[in-house]
Design a protein around this ligand. Structure first.
Ligand code: ZN
Length: 482
């Protein structure tokens, strides 16, 4: 057992709270019978009704995982879940790429062939896409809108797949660059040939992209711009005005220049999030500034992965992340269809730490995303519902880290007006933790944990100081009682 030290904050708390708890200098509760200096709240104190508060935001659902099943039945499966998601506080859902890819009924959509075949033309050996028929997609979008959920389209405009071989004079060999009614583009809209891919007469050079180099669309071409976002029947306008999509998730934006996304958004607007797979927050910030689009906050994702799993040191959470500079443009997440693929096991947040990661993104600034497979995990769903409720109601106001060491992290959202805000207390150790003299900002007020993970309650001093506790290898989210 570590030597007991009377360091300054402890002395101060001794003055406020007679009979304060027994903890060592790393916050470990050393006497299991100790009540932690709990000051019982007044008998009449009740939990606040979280639903009386709002932070003005919901949460996005990533509505797929890699290789979803059943094939051809995904749209109808989602349709049955939408109402429950809306009740839980989901306000957007990101669908998989909705059009026909080269792999037909097996395609996850990233091998885009026909931008206008939503499961209605017989090509690549199937009429429906992997996810279903066009009519089922239209029904799903209608159901989502009835439930006030926006529908986000996954947009793949770097590379194409599934065209026919043709002689390509810019390369002097044959490339799979012919897309027309007979070859991978049955809709006949946005037919393409070698002239529309790098290199060509407009851009007589390779685009330098690592993947699919022979079938990377050249966005400098007027014809390509017209079909992607300018014309009345462009991808952007057709998706929005005919199909009813509300916003965009841009795939692999490392493969093309930021001005493309900016031009798209200038033309059609809508919620937007780009997949810029880079953990450097400065790179993400630059992209936000160049495009006006939101981006997935890979900086936060990697800091959570490092702090919870790789290095097991929560000091990592003090690092720069996109939400700290652009909270309205940081789309936070703990998992996605790529990170949860089997081959990516070293690059994901472990199941043991997943809920702590969700507690982080659902209490901090940024727009949080819930990954389908996590939400549909019976071990997680109830807890996620409570965290989403906490997010949508009291996760608001200035953010301040009150305490951090290797295994504890305490963060306050200051609230706003009559909204009390919250205090998150993460604990990655194997025992209960306690910290005295936490400056809550709530004066002479009973407090409790709204995550349901610990029953500890207390009452703050006249100055707002209180002892808080976190359950072993878990978290608590404190707010006021009334
Ligand atoms: Zn500690």
């Amino acid at each position: 057992m570590k030597k007991f030290k009377f360091y300054y904050p402890f002395l101060v708390s001794m003055l406020f709270l007679a009979g304060a708890c027994s903890t060592d200098d790393d916050g470990n509760v050393t006497d299991p019978d100790d009540d932690g200096g709990t000051v019982d709240p007044p008998v009449a104190a009740q939990p606040i009704d979280l639903e009386e508060y709002s932070n003005g935001s919901g949460v996005m659902m990533q509505a797929f995982y890699w290789d979803v099943e059943p094939r051809h039945g995904w749209w109808t499966l989602l349709d049955e879940k939408v109402a429950a998601w809306a009740d839980a506080g989901i306000d957007r859902m990101w669908l998989p790429v909705a059009t026909k890819g080269q792999s037909g009924g097996y395609s996850m959509g990233y091998d885009v062939s026909d931008y206008f075949d939503f499961g209605e033309y017989d090509q690549h050996e199937t009429v429906p896409t992997r996810f279903g028929a066009r009519e089922e997609l239209e029904d799903l979008i209608a159901t989502a809108h009835e439930n006030n959920i926006e529908v986000i389209a996954d947009i793949v405009i770097n590379h194409n797949s599934g065209g026919e071989l043709q002689y390509n004079p810019y390369r002097d060999y044959e490339t799979y660059t012919l897309f027309n009614e007979e070859h991978g583009n049955a809709s006949g809209m946005f037919n393409r040939n070698y002239e529309n891919f790098y290199p060509n007469s407009t851009s007589p050079y390779d685009d330098g992209s690592l993947f699919y180099e022979e079938t990377n669309l050249d966005h400098n071409q007027e014809y390509v711009q017209n079909w992607l976002w300018k014309n009345e029947n462009s991808v952007a306008k057709y998706y929005r005005n005919v199909m009813g999509f509300d916003g965009w998730r841009f795939d692999y934006v490392l493969g093309y220049e930021p001005w493309v996304v900016k031009a798209w958004l200038d033309e059609v607007g809508g919620f937007s999030v780009a997949e810029l797979w880079d953990g450097n927050p400065a790179v993400l910030e630059k992209y936000v500034e160049d495009t006006g689009s939101g981006v997935f906050d890979f900086a936060t994702f990697y800091k959570l992965e490092e702090s919870l799993d790789r290095y097991e040191d929560l000091n990592g959470l003090k690092a720069d992340m996109l939400w700290k500079t652009y909270p309205d443009k940081a789309i936070t997440f703990t998992a996605n269809h790529d990170t949860e693929k089997d081959e990516n096991e070293d690059n994901r947040i472990s199941a043991e730490n997943k809920m702590k990661a969700y507690a982080y993104i659902l209490t901090h600034p940024g727009y949080p995303t819930i990954f389908y497979s996590d939400y549909e995990n019976e071990a997680f769903q109830e807890e996620l519902n409570q965290l989403i409720l906490i997010h949508n109601t009291i996760a608001t106001g200035e953010t301040q880290i009150l305490f951090v060491d290797d295994d504890e992290y305490i963060m306050k959202r200051a609230g706003e007006g009559n909204n009390p805000g919250l205090i998150l207390y993460l604990n990655t150790s194997g025992g209960i933790k306690a910290r005295t003299n936490i400056a809550t900002g709530w004066n002479s007020t009973p407090v409790m944990d709204y995550s349901g993970n610990i029953t500890y309650t207390s009452t703050t001093s006249e100055n707002g100081a209180v002892e808080l506790r976190a359950p072993a290898n878990s978290y608590a989210v404190y707010s006021i009682m009334e």
